[in-house]
Design a protein around this ligand. Structure first.
Ligand code: AP5
Ligand code: MG
Ligand code: ZN
Length: 221
């Protein structure tokens, strides 16, 4: 297994599943959205630039995004494989990733697409809560914390993402269909796409995802 590219609309469960898959496969989970939010928390120039796009539900420009992710996946912990969550998100990013991987003798092994209908996505995102300390993801409806407002894993404070309001979610969905959905064809044509029903329970989605990942050869021929 080399690079796993998790595809799916906002709220499909990419982050939730990537974390579990990372434990299962013993390789890191790299989320472009988390990298931007981490930069923002540290008030870096990149974080402040990204915020203006993220708050509107628009994509951060390809050049800065590609540079940030290619730099991260060059770290030694990524040598045995990586689960990419939220990247690539445009055809330009997908080509840039392939170019960088070919140059390094590496490849995308599989691109699982987590499918969930739009109305469910809207409900999921407006009910999402995240731990400020450890990043654990909860949902007020489908996966509530035992104590309201408190992370069950580390007792940290739960917060709502600035872009999880209905207006921004609508634009994130629009942006997904315009810019990111074309990647479904891109990976289908390379025989790397595997569809997974994202409307099952979190555990059942994970079982289907692990089976999908293991069904692919995983070597870079
Ligand atoms: P990013 O952070 O990647 O957000 P996103 O793609 O909109 O995806 P989400 O994180 O909202 O959803 P998810 O699929 O991870 O779902 P989750 O597991 O949390 O990007 C944010 C912004 O950063 C972008 O808008 C853009 O501005 C910028 N950006 C990031 N990457 C970029 C790139 N490559 N290029 C340019 N700009 C970029 O689950 C959602 C909720 O559902 C949770 O509450 C969870 O508990 C619940 N849930 C999960 N699974 C289930 C289930 N099976 N059943 C019921 N509930 C479930
Ligand atoms: Mg996410
Ligand atoms: Zn926590």
């Amino acid at each position: 297994m080399d690079f796993v590219v998790l595809l799916g609309p906002p709220g499909a469960g990419k982050g939730t599943q990537a974390k579990l898959l990372a434990q299962e496969l013993g390789i890191p989970h790299v989320s472009s959205g988390d990298l931007f939010r981490d930069n923002l928390a540290r008030k870096t120039e990149l974080g402040l630039l990204a915020k203006s796009f993220m708050d509107r539900g628009d994509l951060v420009p390809d050049d800065v995004t590609v540079r940030m992710v290619i730099d991260r996946i060059g770290h030694p912990d990524c040598e045995a494989g990586v689960i990419l969550d939220g990247f690539p998100r445009t055809l330009g990013q997908a080509v840039a990733l392939d170019d960088a991987l070919v140059a390094a003798g590496r490849c995308v092994s599989v691109a699982p697409l987590i499918q969930v209908p739009d109305d469910v996505l809207m409900d999921r995102l407006t009910a999402r809560r995240i731990c400020r300390q450890c990043g654990a993801v909860f949902n007020l409806v489908s996966n509530p914390p035992e104590v309201p407002g408190v992370c069950g894993e580390c007792q940290g404070e739960l917060y709502q993402r600035d872009d999880d309001n209905s207006e921004t979610v609508r634009n994130r969905l629009y942006t997904y269909y315009r810019d990111t959905a074309p990647l479904i064809g891109y990976y289908f044509a390379r025989k790397l796409l595997v569809e997974v029903d994202g409307q099952q329970s979190i555990d059942d989605v994970q079982t289907a995802l692990v089976a999908a990942v293991r069904s692919m050869p995983g070597d870079c021929q």
